[in-house]
Design a protein around this ligand. Sequence first.
Ligand code: 13P
Length: 251
Amino acid sequence: MRRTMVAGNWKMHGTRASVAELIDGLRNLNLPKDVEIAVFPSELFIDRVINGLEDAPILVGAQDAAIESKQGALTGEISPEQLVGAGCKFVLIGHSERRLILGESNETLNRKFAAAQASGLTPVLCIGETLEQREAGQTLEVVERQLNAVIDEFGIDVLASAVIAYEPVWAIGTGLTATPQQAQDVHAAIRAQLAQKNPEVAQGVRLLYGGSVKAANAVELFSMPDIDGGLIGGASLNADEFGAICRAAGN
Ligand code: 13P
């Protein structure tokens, strides 16, 4: 049985004041026990969020980590090992904003993926097509290529200790959500692709959907058989809205 997960990606948002308010709001939520919940604050606030949520059933992840697992001479970077030391459990790898705006290549992402796993962080590998690629009918080919970049280098088994997030780029921050059926179709195709290589890994790996998820559309999306939860951007900055999305994922 795959445990549903709801993850909040705060992206490059937050001030000392707004993060304190968000922590307070999250601490007071009524959250479902059967859902794994995590937030991904800006690295500036990770320590504070981990301390603030110590007694709450909410885990913390990082939005990025270095290509080397151990600390060392790499100016400006934070190593997975440091993140583990701080109390992080997850790290986002390959978010489309990093692939497309910052130009992160599959090679770099693979190094980050491996470094994360070497330190005991669970990578949340983000994949998804642009609008242009969807309109050209290339969606499945694109997500398959993004997944294969990892599988071809490390083998399929590494996905047993990872989470995959399908985030169509055209649905991120646009208010345009993939319909539950559109998302389900891609999730089912991803699972089928993985099943050809290892049915057990395919059955066990969690596939999150991301892209304009809100409380109002979460129930329908999460009711799809291959959607195991969500990666939430904008709506995760509001504790009440995020709480409602978490409850939508509960049974
Ligand atoms: P939005 O929920 O704001 O569309 O962002 C989704 C996302 O990119 C989460 O990683």
